[in-house]
Design a protein around this ligand. Structure first.
Ligand code: NAD
Length: 281
C-alpha cells in the first residue's frame, strides 16, 4: 500500500507560514491577474487564486477583458502593470481566446514580475540550471512535495509524461538540476509502458483519464498525478487509475488534493518572493 502524498495538507502548512510572514509587512505584496474571455474553468481558477491571496494577506487585482478583446488591449494592460510599482506579480490566465498570440503576451511581462515563471527569461534560467526570478508553479509544487516527503531525486530515474511549457518541460529541468536521470514522454512516444515501467518517480501530466495503470509502473515507484480530468459523474480525477496503482506504488498523490493545492501555494510563494526581490529584502 502506498503512502498518500497529501498536497492539501502540505500546502496549508506552507501558506500558514507565508501568512505569518506577510502579517508583519507594512506594505503588502500584490498579485494582478488578467483574464480574457468567458471560459468557466478559468473563472473558477481566477476566483480561487484571488480568494487564497486575500486569505493570506496578499492584495489581489483581477482585470477582466471580454472574449473579443484585442492583442493590443492585453499588451496595454501588461504595460501598465509592468510600470505600476505597487504590483509585484502579473499572471495571465491561460488559455487566452484563440485569436490572441499567447507567446507574445507572456513575453511582454517583465520577467521580474512573471509570477507564473513562464517568460523565456525565467524558463531559460531553469533550463540552464541557474536561478530564475520565479520557477513555474506546478513543477515547483511537485518538487516541494518530494522534498516534504523526503523522497530523494538524485540518481533516480524520473519519467515525465507530458512536455508542455507549463508542466513537463520545466519539471524535467528542475529534476535534472537535482541530479535525476530524466526521460520525457509525450503523445508521439511509441513505447510508453516500456519507459514508464523504468521510472523510480513517475509524473503524469497528460490530461488523459486512466492513462497510467498498475501494469505501467515499477514496484514501489513514486507516482505523481498532475492531470485534472472530469469523470462522467462530474467529479475530478487525474491521469492515474488510483486504485489499481496505489497497492503497487510507494507514494502516490490523490486527485483532487495532491498537486493542485501545491500549484496555488507556489503562486502565493512566488508573489512573496518577487515582492522581496523587488523591494531588495
Ligand atoms: P497540455 O495539453 O499542454 O500537455 C499535455 C501533454 O501530454 C502534451 O505534451 C502531450 O504530448 C502529452 N500527452 C497527451 N496525451 C498523451 C498520451 N496518451 N501519452 C503520452 N503523452 C500524452 O497540458 P498541460 O497544461 O501540461 O496540463 C496537463 C494536465 O495537467 C491537464 O490535465 C491539466 O488540467 C493538468 N494541470 C494540472 C495542474 C495542477 O495544478 N494540478 C496544473 C497544470 C495543469
Amino acid at each position: 500500500m502506498a503512502k498518500l502524498i497529501e498536497g492539501k495538507l502540505v500546502a496549508k502548512k506552507i501558506l500558514e507560514n507565508l501568512s505569518d510572514e506577510i502579517l508583519f509587512l507594512e506594505k503588502k505584496p500584490c498579485l494582478a491577474v488578467i483574464i480574457a474571455g468567458n471560459d468557466p474553468a478559468s473563472k473558477i481558477y481566477v476566483n480561487s487564486k484571488k480568494k487564497k491571496a486575500e486569505e493570506i494577506g496578499i492584495k489581489s487585482i483581477v482585470i477582466e477583458l471580454p472574449e473579443n478583446c484585442t492583442q493590443q488591449e492585453i499588451l496595454e494592460k501588461i504595460y501598465t502593470l509592468n510600470n505600476d510599482e505597487s504590483v509585484n506579480g502579473i499572471l495571465v490566465q491561460l488559455p487566452l481566446p484563440a485569436h490572441i498570440n499567447t507567446k507574445e503576451v507572456l513575453e511582454k511581462i517583465n520577467p521580474i514580475k512573471d509570477v507564473d515563471g513562464l517568460h523565456p527569461y525565467n524558463l531559460g534560467h531553469v533550463a540552464s540550471g541557474s536561478k530564475p526570478y520565479a520557477h513555474p508553479c506546478t513543477p515547483t509544487g511537485i518538487v516541494r512535495l518530494l522534498e516534504y516527503y523526503d523522497i530523494s531525486v538524485s540518481g533516480r530515474h524520473a519519467v515525465i509524461i507530458g512536455r508542455s511549457n507549463l508542466v513537463g518541460r520545466p519539471l524535467s529541468y528542475m529534476l535534472l538540476n537535482q541530479n535525476a536521470t530524466v526521460t520525457i514522454c509525450h503523445s508521439k512516444t511509441t513505447n510508453l509502458q516500456e519507459i514508464t515501467k523504468q521510472a523510480d518517480i513517475l509524473v503524469s501530466a497528460a490530461g488523459r483519464k486512466n492513462l497510467v495503470n498498475a501494469d505501467m509502473i515499477k514496484e514501489k515507484a513514486v507516482v505523481i498525478d498532475v492531470g485534472i480530468n472530469r469523470q462522467e459523474d462530474g467529479k475530478l480525477c487525474g491521469d492515474v487509475d488510483f486504485w489499481s496503482v496505489e497497492p503497487k506504488a510507494s507514494y502516490i498523490t490523490p486527485v483532487p488534493g495532491g498537486v493542485g493545492p501545491m500549484t496555488i501555494c507556489s503562486l502565493m510563494q512566488n508573489t512573496f518572493d518577487l515582492y522581496k526581490i523587488q523591494n531588495k529584502i
